[in-house]
Design a protein around this ligand. Structure first.
Ligand code: HEM
Ligand code: HEM
Length: 195
């Protein structure tokens, strides 16, 4: 099995980065929904679930950065035969997924009002406490943290988190299954098969 992508298949590294991303998204969603649905405010479980959400989100930011670097250094496997519209939709869908993979951790970090206790190993200072925040937001634009975080939280939670990310991921999974079971082509195998 090749480490790098070939014109026929994704390589080992691209596959690992892809599936790791999928697991981290699942983790980010499960922790935040667990916190909301199954824990009471101000309990240790509530705090642990939030901190796991933040830690998984920060890990995702690192993985996505590596994934994008690897992606530009590699060729992309050829697409399976399809119409121009199908290929265009796939391209747009993939770029949109890259965009939300970056925007979710960025908006999450900018808008959080607590430090990230990274898997309870070390602390990552919240943006609001950094010199960059003071320079850009307090001194630069001259607004309070509440005014700053409101639109950012709205994008993180309501626009992207509640809707767009779900639509993109579910559409993406549906497309993969459609290729595999209906068109019966190699699209899914390129990302799964170890040969
Ligand atoms: C894959 C990455 C991420 C995904 C998919 C994600 C998803 C979400 C969703 C869906 C919510 C809203 C829950 C709701 O109110 O309905 C949320 C809330 C939140 N997220 Fe993220 N998030 C990610 C990364 C991050 C990161 C990196 C941080 C900060 C370092 C962060 C901080 C927060 C905070 C503070 C909340 C509010 C928690 C609450 O009010 O219960 N998120 N996130
Ligand atoms: C069960 C879940 C998933 C399945 C079955 C799946 C399947 C696939 C398949 C088959 C491909 C190759 C498509 C092609 O070459 O045309 C692919 C590529 C891709 N997937 Fe997923 N995926 C899943 C979850 C995710 C998630 C959660 C994300 C991100 C949020 C994601 C982001 C991407 C991106 C950006 C590509 C394009 C890679 C590239 O060529 O640069 N996938 N996925």
């Amino acid at each position: 099995m090749s480490i790098k992508n070939t014109t026929r298949d994704y390589g080992t590294i691209a596959k690992w980065l892809h599936w790791l991303t999928a697991v981290l998204f699942l983790g980010a969603y499960s922790t935040v929904y667990f916190r909301q649905w199954f824990t009471e405010e101000k309990t240790p479980e509530n705090w642990t679930a939030l901190q796991l959400h933040l830690s998984i989100g920060v890990t995702l930011a690192v993985i996505v950065a590596l994934r994008i670097i690897w992606r530009v250094m590699n060729k992309k496997p050829n697409m399976e035969p399809g119409t121009k519209i199908e290929h265009l939709t796939a391209h747009v869908g993939h770029y949109a997924l890259y965009a939300v993979m970056l925007l979710m951790p960025i908006t999450g970090y900018l808008g959080t009002s607590v430090n990230t206790e990274f898997f309870f190993i070390f602390d990552i200072e919240k943006f609001d406490n950094t010199a960059l925040y003071t320079y850009l937001i307090t001194d630069g634009i001259g607004i309070t943290f509440q005014e700053f975080e409101k639109p950012i939280d709205f994008i993180h939670k309501n626009i992207l988190g509640a809707w767009l990310v779900w639509i993109l991921i579910l559409g993406h999974i549906f497309a993969a299954l459609y290729h595999h079971f209906v068109k019966k082509d190699r699209t899914l195998e390129k990302m799964t098969k170890s040969k």
